[in-house]
Design a protein around this ligand. Structure first.
Ligand SMILES: O=C(O)CCC(=O)C(=O)O
Ligand SMILES: [Fe+2]
Length: 240
């Protein structure tokens, strides 16, 4: 965002949880929005998610790599049109790895699996410097209109303990980051703006989080997006 009096600071709302403001350059944001538009098209496109309790999620969603449904993963849109899930592009998996490195420049235990044993989780490949890096094989793309929200939840349907990578595009939102213990307080409210990166791994991998508020009409004018898009990258640990 322009006109900022002070640059927004990187923040750590929990151990192993990092907010990196303005991580994506405007051109990269535009390219991601375009990619999301293509992914949203059928087959296996944007859908409304119905919860087992009878409710519906107000953010609509499309998946890449593995299709998430409440509460598991499939290779087809089992709660949508039944079509095969779109593939996870290698460049998007790479962006996930790059994001983890940006969030944890020194590596360290915060970047490692919550169990402290598998660096970045299973499926990683050794990088140039020998550090294992995660193989991101899931993308969830959430679209939020002005009244959409996401309740407090944990990302717990994966077998891997690799960090979750979350990219924000479009309207600003309040991202609520809590503890692994409960949906309630204590929590930290963070403003996520277009281009921001949020990564949570290590002891915070299973922390409760949610989106209580989206601020309408706050997207950067040049982005060409009304509403908010969130791209969440995860490592399934489910194997081929
Ligand atoms: O929209 C966001 O920032 C969070 C999305 C999320 O938590 C999820 O998809 O599991
Ligand atoms: Fe989540």
């Amino acid at each position: 965002m322009t006109g900022e009096l002070f640059p927004r600071e990187r923040a750590e709302p929990g151990p192993g949880a990092v907010h990196v403001p303005d991580w994506l350059a405007p051109a990269r944001q535009r390219a991601l929005v375009e990619a999301c538009r293509a992914w949203a098209r059928p087959p296996a496109g944007l859908r409304t998610v119905h919860l087992p309790g009878g409710g519906t999620m107000t953010a609509r969603q499309v998946c890449l790599g593995w299709h998430w449904y409440p509460y598991g993963y499939a290779r087809t849109a089992v709660d949508g049109d039944g079509a095969p899930v779109k593939p996870m592009p290698a460049w998007l998996a790479d962006l996930g790895r790059t994001a983890v490195r940006a969030a944890f420049p020194d590596g360290g235990t915060a970047a490692y699996g919550a169990d402290g044993t598998t660096a970045y989780g299973v499926g990683g490949t050794a990088h140039d410097d020998g550090a294992p890096v995660p193989a991101y094989d899931i993308a969830l793309i959430n679209f939020y209109g002005a009244d959409a929200r996401m309740g407090m939840h944990r990302d717990s349907d994966e077998q891997s303990t690799a960090p979750v990578v979350s990219l924000s595009l479009g309207d600003t939102c309040v991202f609520r980051f809590g503890t692994t213990e409960s949906r309630g307080r204590p929590y930290t409210d963070i403003e996520l703006r277009s281009g921001d990166l949020m990564v949570f791994g290590g002891p915070s991998r299973l922390a409760y989080h949610g989106v209580p508020k989206v601020y309408a009409d706050t997207a950067p004018p040049g982005l060409g997006l009304a509403g908010r898009l969130n791209i969440t990258l995860r490592v399934s640990g489910l194997g081929g």
